[in-house]
Write a protein that binds this ligand. Sequence first.
Ligand code: SF4
Ligand code: SF4
Length: 457
Amino acid sequence: MDMTINAAEVEKILADSRGKSERELDDILDRAEALKGLSPEDVAALLTTGSSTRIERMFRIAGQIKEEIYGERVVMFAPLYISDYCVNRCAYCGYRCDNKFTRRKLTMDEIRSEAEILERMGHKRLALEAGEDPVNCPIDYILEAIHTIYGMKAGSGEIRRVNVNIAATTEENYKKLHEIGIGTYILFQETYHEPSYARFHEAGPKRNFNYHLTAFDRAMRSGIDDVGGGVLFGLHDWRFEVLSLMLHNRHLDETFGAGFHTISMPRLCHAQGMDMSAYEILSDDDFKRVVSTVRIAVPYTGMIISTRESPAMRKELIKTGISQISGGSSVEVGGYALREDGGEQFEVADNRPAIDVMRFLMDEGLVPSFCTACYRKGRTGDRFMSLAKSGNIKNVCLPNALMTLCEYMMDYGDDSFRIQADALINTNLSKIRNDSMRELTRGNIEKIKNGKRDLFV
Ligand code: SF4
Ligand code: SF4
């Protein structure tokens, strides 16, 4: 059976879980700390507690879990917007169909040059983004764009994984996306609360709540192994949204053997022309709590934060479980070329170039990673999940992070970057526990320094 959501049931679980004693909360947190997995009732108890000491403990455990599962690597990616045509009227989005501006979609040459610019920033993993418009942005255009990006080579690098964030579609179209070799298929539910969904999705095919909610069922039935979910925090009560996300994750796990590969954590921010009183904007503290609860509830899922958040907030959230961040992003169609030409700057809260985001990570003792190894080694879907759940994923994450960091430092780093990255690589090499893996990685680092590229385990 496809995904359904029963709002009354979600609300009942939340209501029944309120007011747990500190002892009961500690019991839940002990199990979380031991990576034993949490029931929806446990998650609801964490979402509804008012105990500040237990909330602080949650923050600490979330950070520990991220470290325990993935180690110190933080995966980097960038979005690539290829078309802003859209037939939907989502109240919170600048691309909504009644907003008047000159819309565009990139030609294949433009897509190639955007991908080249991203590659010159060091990126290897993109999230391809497009509005929904079957006439101006049909599936064939998306497929051609992916083909173009995979075929691009710039200097000694290339884009190695294209994740795709396009509108809910048919099984036939998902099969085509699978066949062309996408990475993760990403789709935000926006809100799991059907009345709120109806309120904020005013017109267009996206208004169909059930079609949107069951998109991952169609995608996974069509062969796509890795799907990435998310909600736009601010459209409805965050406790309801987090618990619903977890129920969606459980549904996918039970039906297809793998829950969400990633969960994105976008928080609704002020945008021009929006009536902010219509939204339930989260405070920084509540948002931190959302992130840490998700990390605790789904320890093995990649968690993504975008440049919607400020550098200071991103720093906080990495400590409470975020494992992937975008860097140097443009959220405009053709925005990377515009920026190179001195065109308009994009409006995001963190507009540092990718290299500065990497420096910030390294200053924190973290290892920025451009790894795409799992996807290319066939470690997707349930194969990925079993490696993650066995606790062995970090045995490949760290070596791959160090190799891709070495590539970056050789190809794009300046002198000061190289000194910092080289020291970080050496320190982290000694943290690889398995002797043969450590020696393999050490050897590969030397090969990369001598000009070899694209080594991974
Ligand atoms: Fe914006 Fe996507 Fe809604 Fe279109 S479908 S208006 S691009 S959120
Ligand atoms: Fe991600 Fe797999 Fe690379 Fe780890 S080894 S960073 S899980 S692709």
